[in-house]
Design a protein around this ligand. Structure first.
Ligand code: PXP
Length: 248
């Protein structure tokens, strides 16, 4: 199971003063040193945190893989094709949202997604689609030619009761199995933290977890390398009973 660390929020702090520090590229270097197997950043349309120059510098300096989250807005696509990250993860984007709120509606966007995915693949850029754990979306992801899906774990992470969490984890399990059956590689992310990550990390079909907010928040108190190491350790730990799920 790989850990991809999202460094957007390092750039969020920098943008508070519009200066040069803290540098998300330096943060990425520390994450890699602490055991992250990939770095994720989101070039948002409003450029509220990560800037194009950050993505270019990450691409030049990373020793692991750069996974660029992005919408399908024309200028962002142009930037991505020029910078050539190892992977792009296509996400829906609304300007007013605090973070990515739902999965991509692949069923609806099928026609525009298929040629876009081909243009990335022509440049050997892996394309992942960020989707809700719903069978129709997974089938559509296969139909449009994506190599990978990232399952949205927000419902699981934000569940208000144990019963809701159990249902959400079950949906993730079934979606991970279905994705593999469709020949898709499977990642997951959004809202994962030190308490809820273990149960998700045990789903055998999942290859990668992408985590940002909880790691960067923890880093304020223990330092970034320690925060990443702790997350790697939690990913390999048995889940506490609160997050365990007994259903088949
Ligand atoms: N994966 C995707 C597709 C996302 O949009 C985000 C949020 O930027 C994450 C993972 C990481 O979520 P979090 O910051 O809640 O860990």
């Amino acid at each position: 199971m790989r850990l991809g660390v999202n460094v957007d929020h390092v750039a969020t702090v920098r943008q508070a003063r519009r200066g040069r520090l803290p540098d998300p590229v330096e943060a990425a270097r520390l994450c890699e040193r602490a055991g992250a197997q990939g770095i994720v950043c989101h070039l948002r349309e409003d450029r509220r945190h990560i800037q194009e120059d950050d993505v270019k510098r990450l691409r030049k300096t990373l020793t692991t893989r750069l996974n660029l989250e992005m919408s399908i807005a024309r200028d962002v696509v142009r930037a991505a094709l020029a910078i050539q990250p190892h992977q792009v993860t296509l996400v829906p984007e609304r300007r007013q949202e605090l973070t990515t709120e739902g999965g991509l509606d692949v069923v609806r966007a099928r026609r525009s997604l298929a040629p876009l995915i081909r243009s990335f693949q022509r440049q050997q850029i892996t394309v992942s689609l960020f989707v809700d754990p719903v069978p129709t979306q997974l089938k559509a992801a296969q139909d449009v030619g994506a190599a990978m899906v990232e399952l949205h774990t927000g419902r699981y992470a934000n569940a208000g009761s144990r019963a809701e969490r159990v249902r959400a984890l079950d949906a993730l399990r079934r979606a991970a199995q279905a994705s593999r059956a469709f020949g898709l590689s499977v990642a997951a992310g959004h809202g994962l933290d030190y308490h809820n990550v273990s149960a998700v990390a045990r789903l055998p079909e999942l290859e990668e977890l992408n985590i940002g907010f909880s790691i960067i928040s923890r880093a304020l108190f223990v330092g970034l390398e320690q925060a990443v190491r702790e997350m790697v350790e939690r990913m390999h730990r048995r889940p506490s009973h609160v997050f365990q799920h007994q259903a088949a």
